[in-house]
Design a protein around this ligand. Structure first.
Ligand code: EPZ
Length: 422
């Protein structure tokens, strides 16, 4: 699957941000904790989410779509032994099955989650934490799965994760929703709080949101009335579209922006000379008037730092900014590969290490044949192709579908010349 893009022209109009992939996934995972009916709204209709829902159904979960983005799930009689191993291997988000299924059943067999090629995606922090809680973890070589089961009845009231991890925190929070725990060294990404909001609706009492210490004081009520939850809008999609407007020097309106989750991103965009008008959850990008200038450093960090998922979009913005920008992705060691593709298109890139690169601009880009290595890099290459003069062919479009819903339809509405081809 590929996208054919003809770039070099300004865009105009408005684009709606969808629900957050990285909030929808843990929220869907949390429905496994309970027999109660959970109605989840504002779900992004993207590959990773649809696969995750199929995984829930493979265990016997009752899933009904009530509208395009609203689903009702009842996991009354689910059997984790029936889980589809092939589906689980497809997405990194399968790692989010560990917390709820161990909490509810005390034992699971889970095959290695897949995911992007952005560096090794270890699970050591997750698994070490569950070992501390009395679970044994064995790896079955021929079945290629982890067998995790409770072997010792340890009633720990507190756990300290050995590193900051978003899904590690989410797994621990879901486990603690049935076995109350205090979690030290918790990640505080907005989607962790979104998950927490659903757990509170299910009856849990949780302290410490927006801090690195989360404490579940009271567990969820496993039976009772149905609950409803609307997934937060996606800060990464929002940031990607705002950067799209700035890099193509277009005046566009981005709607449903979770502004409160993008504080430092807005500060960095201002430093790049991007002119924005923020009105509620609408962001007006004044790309035609923005004089883009390089920033000395673009460093990604855990929240509230600049999100690593926006590192690549910022990288393409830097190619259009006057001067030299140092890109430093502190989170992943395999997330600069898109720069080789930008280099092919004419960008001036100097890769210093697996984490660092210097980008010099402004540099006009020329359409080329490029490869979308992971979903965020893929979205970045679409931006680059829309900046570039001439035709680009983006291979690996299915990578982009994992995180951006109907991307070519939505960009066409902005006047982009982008077509999908098998
Ligand atoms: C989540 O991945 C997101 N995925 C990622 O988004 C995002 O890039 C990442 O958080 C950082 O914000 C989902 O939420 C489904 P981590 P996660 O555990 O939880 C190391 C996207 O494009 N680590 O916070 O897997 C790890 O190698 C995706 O939407 C361990 O060493 O990220 C990395 O260097 C890509 N051992 C760092 O921690 C572990 O057990 C942060 O990883 C776990 C993580």
């Amino acid at each position: 699957m590929k996208f054919i893009v003809n770039g070099g022209k300004k865009l105009k109009g408005e684009i709606d941000v969808r629900g957050s992939k990285n909030a929808a996934l843990p929220v869907l995972a949390a429905t496994l904790l309970t027999q109660r009916t959970c109605t989840i709204d504002n779900i992004p209709v993207i590959k990773d989410v649809l696969t995750f829902i199929e995984i829930i159904q493979s265990m016997g979960g009752d899933v009904r779509w009530l509208s395009e983005r609203k689903v009702r799930i009842t996991n009354k009689n689910i059997d984790p032994n029936r889980i589809s191993r092939d589906l689980v291997r497809n997405i990194r988000a399968s790692i989010l099955l560990i917390g709820p299924l161990l909490a509810r059943f005390g034992e699971i067999k889970i095959s290695l989650p897949g995911g992007c090629h952005i560096g090794p995606r270890p699970m050591d922090i997750h698994l070490d934490a569950f070992k501390e809680l009395g679970f044994s973890v064995t790896y079955n070589k021929n079945g290629e799965y982890y067998h995790i089961k409770r072997t010792k009845n340890i009633h720990k009231k507190e756990i300290t994760l050995k590193g900051l991890t978003v899904t590690g925190t989410e797994n621990m929070l879901m486990y603690a929703a049935i076995h109350p725990l205090k979690i030290n060294i918790a990640a505080l990404e907005p989607h962790v709080e979104d998950l927490g909001k659903l757990l509170v609706k299910l009856g849990a009492k949780i302290k410490g949101f927006n801090s690195h210490t989360l404490e579940v004081i009271k567990p969820i009520q496993k039976t009772g009335s149905a609950v409803e939850h609307t997934v937060m809008y996606d800060p990464i999609e929002a940031g990607t579209f705002i950067i799209l407007g700035a890099a193509t020097k277009s005046d566009i309106k981005v709607k449903n922006v979770p502004v409160e989750s993008l504080t430092l991103t807005f500060k960095k965009l201002e430093e790049f000379g991007v002119i924005l008008e923020i009105k509620g959850t609408n962001v007006f990008v004044k790309g035609s008037r923005s004089k883009l200038k390089a920033v000395s450093k673009l460093i990604t960090k855990e929240y509230p730092g600049i999100p690593t998922d926006l590192q690549a979009p910022f990288g393409v913005l830097a190619t259009q900014a006057k001067g030299e920008t140092l890109i430093f992705d502190t989170i992943y060691e395999g997330r600069l590969k898109y720069l080789y593709e930008l280099d092919k298109m004419g960008a001036s890139v100097n890769i210093l290490s697996a984490h660092k690169a210097i980008i010099k601009g402004p540099q006009s880009l020329v359409g080329k044949n490029v490869e979308s290595i992971d979903l965020r890099a893929g979205a970045t290459l679409i931006i680059a192709a829309l900046v570039a003069k001439g035709e680009s062919v983006l291979h690996g479009a299915e990578q982009i579908d994992r995180g951006y819903e109907k991307i070519e339809e939505r960009l066409t509405k902005l006047g982009a010349d982008i077509k999908r081809e098998e």
